[in-house]
Design a protein around this ligand. Structure first.
Ligand code: HEC
Ligand code: HEC
Length: 375
């Protein structure tokens, strides 16, 4: 009954599209993760990956022949047998469905993939204050470090897994000449068995999931303010919040949001205005009562009282230190260490303390990764 003699139709079009979407979305999310200002794209690709994982799990339960988990060859003895045969180059016939190696690969990939997407969604909420879990930021901000580790190492593990998978397929293709690469393109495998059939309802489900994945990607890309991407923090109007602070402290430079330094730093800075980075600020410039009022405002809104990523990470990097500049905190140095010194000397930047030159909306206390202008 095979349409193509010697070949079995194993991977219907839906399965193949899903397979390549998963490969593509993981790769794209992995690459964009290395660029802070591409977080938005990273999340959009991550969502494709997320939806494909859900799809694949459902597919493994209700899907067609060769795709369901109960056809997987997961016994360790099968895996061992497979590799022994492979190394001796005896097992040239490939099974129509998953072989033991690809069975294990799929199960592990779905497991690790689930860890990646869950930790990613939580991290987006808890660290960035964005997306579905943005409200968790206020309570669980301390968990951003552990979530970041989980998310990162699970992704590395997945990447290693992908390399192993590709190596295995290459061995099949070029050493054992089983034509495995083509199977995921044409859907046909050179083997024996029955063709797979996809019932119309299952086919519909496949296409719906593909559409949902692509639709979600564009939904995220198109806006920074929908329910999947919204940040719980909005721009702060310091001028309205504390006019004296705004007016007096933006005389020589743009104001620095109070949450970027701890209380003890603000006390130190405000206690030494007569030698403020080489400037002498006296009571003639800012009266005693204005100074008191500014200090009160700064300490009330200092890093200790904020759960923003920068505040939490600055506090975490400081230990007992009491720096009198944000640029002197270990966190600032760490996040800007890859920027060449010459960049800070450029005409439109002039100095590293000119945050606003690279961080759009900085004067509104906004440090959204998307607002980083690259140089
Ligand atoms: C007379 C000018 C002047 C005024 C007024 C002034 N500053 Fe500054 N401030 C400076 C200079 C100069 C620097 C050094 C960095 C630079 O060149 O921008 C600086 C740097 C800083 C920094 C360190 C930034 C970094 O590099 O991390 C902080 C924080 C700061 N000022 C806070 C304040 C606050 C708070 C006020 C209001 C009470 C204030 N400044 C008012 C001149 C001024
Ligand atoms: C020359 C441009 C430039 C200047 C000036 C600059 N930054 Fe940045 N900043 C960057 C870039 C680029 C990144 C992203 C680094 C990365 O990829 O991790 C960054 C990252 C950060 C982050 C971390 C963001 C995050 O989500 O991890 C913080 C906080 C930050 N900057 C604060 C400041 C402050 C405060 C100042 C001024 C005292 C400042 N920056 C000045 C370019 C700049």
């Amino acid at each position: 009954m095979n349409k193509k003699s010697g070949y079995v139709f194993v991977w219907p079009i839906g399965t193949r599209i899903i397979h390549w979407m998963m490969a593509f979305s993981f790769t794209a999310a992995f690459i964009t993760s290395f660029y802070e200002n591409m977080l938005h794209n990273h999340v959009a690709f991550g969502f494709i990956f997320f939806i494909i994982i859900i799809y694949r799990i459902i597919w493994g339960i209700i899907g067609p022949r060769y795709a369901t988990f109960n056809t997987f060859k997961l016994r360790p003895s099968q895996l061992k047998h497979y590799f022994v045969e492979k190394i001796q180059n005896r097992w040239r016939k490939i099974p129509a469905g998953h072989n033991p190696a690809s069975s294990w690969f799929t199960v592990w990939a779905l497991g690790v993939g689930t860890v990646i997407v869950i930790s990613g969604l939580l991290l987006y909420g808890i660290q960035e204050g964005k997306g579905l879990f943005r409200d968790l930021n206020s309570q669980y901000s301390q968990y951003m470090f552990i979530l970041d580790m989980i998310h990162k190492y699970a992704s590395y593990l997945f990447a290693v897994w992908v390399v192993l998978h590709i190596s295995g397929v290459m061995v099949e293709q070029f050493w054992h000449k089983t034509g495995m690469v083509f199977a995921m393109i044409t859907g046909y495998k050179k083997t024996e068995g029955e063709d797979t059939e996809v019932k119309p309802l299952l086919g519909f489900f496949s296409y719906m999931m593909i559409l949902i994945a692509i639709g979600t990607y564009f939904f995220i890309i198109s806006s920074n303010y929908n329910f999947l991407t919204l940040q719980k923090y909005t721009n702060i109007d310091y001028e309205e919040l504390h006019p004296v602070f705004y007016e007096k402290c933006s005389d020589c430079h743009n104001i620095y949001p109070p949450y970027l330094l701890p209380k003890r730093s603000w006390i130190r800075i405000m206690g030494a205005l007569d030698n403020h980075f080489g400037e002498k600020i006296t009571e003639a410039n800012i009266t005693k009562s204005q100074q008191t009022s500014i200090l009160e405002f700064l300490t009330q809104n200092a890093a200790e009282s904020s759960t923003r990523e920068a505040a939490v990470k600055i506090m975490n990097s400081l230990e007992k230190r009491r720096p009198k500049a944000i640029t002197k905190t270990p966190y600032w140095r760490e996040t800007h260490k890859d920027i060449p010194r010459s960049v800070f000397k450029e005409k439109k930047i002039k100095d590293k303390s000119n945050c606003i030159a690279c961080h759009k909306d900085f004067e509104y206390g906004n440090l959204d990764d998307m607002n980083i202008l690259y140089h």
